[in-house]
Ligand binder design. Structure first.
Ligand code: SAM
Ligand code: SF4
Length: 328
C-alpha cells in the first residue's frame, strides 16, 4: 500500500476497545460514555480486518485502546493474530497501562508478542493516582516486572505534563536504566474534550531535552521504529530515550501507519477527522476483495499530515474524538 505522498503503509494500530480501567486526565473525562457492544467489532471481525491489512502489506500490528487488556477474551485475538507472524506479519505488539499485565504477560509471550509499551507517567504513587484517577501504581509496576520476567522487552511511555511530572524525568531515566527499559517521552496532543485545560498541561519536549542534557549525555542515534519518535542513547545508562513531539516537530513525512478503531473506522491520520467505515463494508457481507478495495480506497485519501495546534484562546481540541478511540 503506497499513499499519494509515496509513503508505504506497513503498520496498523488496532484499537480493540474504547473502555479503560483508568481515567487519565489528559486522555478522558471522568464520566466517559462508552460505546454499546453492538457498535464494537467482534474479535472475529477484528481478526478478519487485520488479516486483510496483512495481505495488503502491513508487517507490524499494535493492539491498543482504551485499555486493550480489559477486553474480554482478548488473548484469543492475540493468538489468532500471532499465528500470522512469519506469514506476512513481522511483529505483534501492544500498548497498555500495565494494570492487567501481571495476569497476561506469559500468555502474550506465548502468542508471539516480544515487545510491549507500558504507559507510566510517574514513579510517585500519589501523582500516579492523581494522573490516572482510578489507577494504582503497584499493579502497573507488578505488570511491568512480570512482562520483563516473561521475556518481553519493555518500553515505558511517559506523557510530559507541565507542573505534574516535569521534575521526574531524571528519576525515570535512572529507573529505566536500572531495569533495562527504553523510555519514550510524549507531548500532550489536543484530542477530545477532557475536564482539564490543555494549555496548562502542555510542556514542549524541546525544553525538556535541553534540561535533561544538564544531567545526561544524549547521543544521537539513527534508530527508528518506523514511528514518530526521535531516539537518543543515554550514555550513562546505555538505554534509549525517544521524544515524540507532534506539537513542536512535524513527523508526518515519514508516516507509515494507519489506525483502526474498535468500531471499524479507519483513520488515515491521528490528527485529521477523515475516516473510512470498514465495519459497514464488513457487515454488508464483504468478500475479501471488497475489503481490499475499501482499504485501498481509504489509503488513497491519506492526508499529507496533521495540523495540531494548541489553540490558546479557545482551548478546543484539534480533533473531537478522544485518544482512547484511536489508541494513540
Ligand atoms: N490504555 C493504554 C495505555 O495507556 O497505554 C493504551 C491506549 S492510550 C490512549 C495510548 C497512549 O496514548 C498512552 O501512552 C497515553 O499516555 C497516550 N495518550 C493518551 N491521551 C493522550 C493525549 N491527549 N496526548 C498525548 N498522549 C496521549
Ligand atoms: Fe486509559 Fe490509556 Fe487513556 Fe489512560 S491513556 S485513560 S490508561 S486509554
Amino acid at each position: 500500500m503506497i499513499d499519494p505522498f509515496g509513503r508505504t503503509i506497513t503498520y496498523l494500530r488496532l484499537s480493540v476497545t474504547d473502555r479503560c480501567d483508568f481515567r487519565c486526565v489528559y486522555c478522558m473525562a471522568e464520566d466517559m460514555t462508552f460505546l454499546p457492544k453492538s457498535d464494537i467489532l467482534t474479535l472475529e471481525e477484528l481478526d478478519r480486518l487485520a488479516g486483510a491489512f496483512v495481505r495488503l502489506g502491513v508487517r507490524k500490528l499494535r493492539l491498543t485502546g482504551g485499555e486493550p487488556l480489559v477486553r474480554r477474551d482478548v488473548m484469543t485475538l492475540f493468538r489468532s493474530l500471532g499465528a500470522r507472524l512469519g506469514h506476512g506479519l513481522d511483529e505483534l505488539t501492544v500498548t497498555t497501562n500495565g494494570s492487567q499485565l501481571a495476569r497476561f504477560a506469559a500468555d502474550l509471550f506465548a502468542a508471539g508478542v516480544r515487545r510491549v509499551n507500558v504507559s507510566l507517567d510517574t514513579l510517585d504513587p500519589a501523582t500516579f493516582a492523581a494522573i490516572t484517577r482510578w489507577g494504582r501504581i503497584g499493579k502497573t509496576l507488578d505488570g511491568i516486572f512480570a512482562a520483563r520476567d516473561a521475556g518481553l522487552a519493555v518500553k515505558i511511555n511517559t506523557v510530559a505534563l507541565r507542573g505534574v511530572n516535569e521534575d521526574e524525568f531524571d528519576a525515570l531515566i535512572a529507573w529505566c536504566g536500572q531495569h533495562g527499559f527504553d523510555l519514550c517521552l510524549i507531548e500532550t496532543m489536543p484530542m477530545g474534550e477532557i475536564d482539564a485545560d490543555r494549555t496548562d498541561q502542555y510542556l514542549p519536549l524541546s525544553l525538556v531535552r535541553s534540561r535533561l542534557r544538564r544531567t545526561w549525555t544524549l547521543e544521537e542515534t539513527g534508530y527508528r521504529t518506523g514511528g514518530p519518535a526521535r531516539y537518543h542513547t543515554v550514555a550513562e545508562t546505555g538505554r534509549r530515550i525517544g521524544f515524540i513531539t507532534p506539537m513542536t516537530h512535524n513527523f508526518c513525512e515519514s508516516c507509515n501507519r494507519v489506525r483502526l478503531t474498535c468500531t471499524g473506522m479507519l483513520y488515515m491520520c491521528l490528527g485529521q477527522d477523515d475516516s473510512a467505515d470498514l465495519r459497514a463494508v464488513l457487515r454488508r457481507g464483504a468478500t475479501d476483495d471488497d475489503l481490499t478495495s475499501a482499504i485501498r480506497a481509504a489509503i488513497a485519501r491519506k492526508p499529507r499530515g496533521h495540523d495540531f495546534v494548541i489553540d490558546r484562546r479557545h482551548d478546543r481540541p484539534a480533533v473531537a474524538r478522544h485518544m482512547s478511540l484511536t489508541g494513540g
